[in-house]
Design a protein around this ligand. Structure first.
Ligand SMILES: O=C(O)c1cc(C(=O)O)oc(=O)c1
Length: 307
């Protein structure tokens, strides 16, 4: 029996995904994915806002191999709070083929930061999505950012598009590379050249230290179609948004599956078909290589800044 009871209505990750038709280039990195537990080994955090199914490191690595990826960037999921043990355990088991993004509090010691670095952590995540986390004061976040900057780490930010104006000054004062999760969650029912998405493009244009993950079409899509049943043109309504970011900032984009897809309410995508979404947003071999290989390798497997 599982150690935890899942949130009612929880959708488990898709078993037996199809083999992608799109063959990712050699050395490709799935730059946004998570591990959940297993809960009996790595308990979920008391402050969590959801209780997921288990999604272990072995299952993640099996998916990596099945989809044709070489490496992973494992992002600390909010259901584990600031207890990074499940993520770190996965990094240590990866033979150097996974890097991590941690969640830390200001109480973390320099020694603990060094241990995370040695395990393969290269950044921290600041989450502003209210349904996922309780509020952390900005002065605490800024203190954390200034402590991780000398390690050569970066800050991953997750927020909703409507909150960008209010968070702009904080984001632009961060002293590190800043990576935005899921394109800042645009409302794709609005025009791709409308004011909301223009603000996001301006954010990237004016701040050369800002990168974006062009991930999660399955979360952002309103009209689909879904990545199920062999669909080769999934989430068409998201394509213009992601493609605009890939073509405008080809050297500052990352892609990830977001496996095991926490909190989806509508459907669980076939991850093989999610990979087939990539050539729609990065239509040339050059863009694909930057998105999947060059950019993540530079950011996560580049020079270490720690002595
Ligand atoms: O939109 C979400 O629900 C979500 C949650 C988490 C997390 O709980 O860490 O991570 C994501 O990338 C997306």
């Amino acid at each position: 029996m599982a150690a935890f009871e899942k949130t009612p209505g929880w959708l488990d990750w898709y078993a037996n995904p199809s083999k992608p038709r799109f063959q990712v280039p050699a050395g490709a990195v799935d730059a946004h994915c998570h591990v959940f537990g297993p809960g009996d080994q790595f308990p979920f955090a008391p402050e969590r806002k959801y209780t997921p199914c288990d999604a272990s490191k072995d299952q993640l690595f099996a998916l990596r191999d099945h989809l044709g990826f070489d490496k992973n960037v494992i992002v600390q999921a909010t259901c584990h709070g600031a207890d990074n043990r499940a993520m770190v355990d996965a990094l240590k088991a990866s033979d150097g083929r996974a890097r991590g993004i941690a969640t830390v509090r200001r109480s973390i010691t320099d020694e603990e930061l060094k241990e995370l670095h040695d395990a393969g952590v290269r950044g921290v995540r600041f989450n502003f999505v209210k349904r996922l986390v309780d509020f952390t004061p900005k002065d605490e976040l800024m203190e954390i950012a200034s402590r991780i900057a000398p390690l050569g780490w970066h800050v991953v930010i997750y927020f909703e598009a409507v909150d960008l104006p209010e968070l702009w000054d904080f984001f632009t004062s961060l002293p590190t590379t800043v990576v935005v999760d899921h394109m800042g969650r645009p409302d794709v029912t609005q025009p791709v050249d409308g004011p909301e998405f223009e603000l996001f493009v301006k954010f990237m244009r004016e701040n050369p230290n800002v990168w974006s993950k062009v991930s999660c079409p399955e979360r952002l899509s309103h009209t689909g179609p879904r990545a199920l049943g062999g669909e080769q043109n999934a989430y068409r309504d998201v394509v213009p948004f992601a493609r605009r970011i890939v073509e405008t900032f080809p050297d500052r984009v990352l892609w990830g599956t977001d496996w095991p897809h926490p909190n989806l309410k509508d459907h669980m995508p076939d991850d093989g078909l999610l990979v087939d979404f990539i050539p729609h947003i990065a239509p040339t071999a050059d863009l694909q290589r930057k998105l999947l290989v060059d950019n993540p390798t530079r950011l996560y497997w580049g020079e270490s800044h720690v002595a």
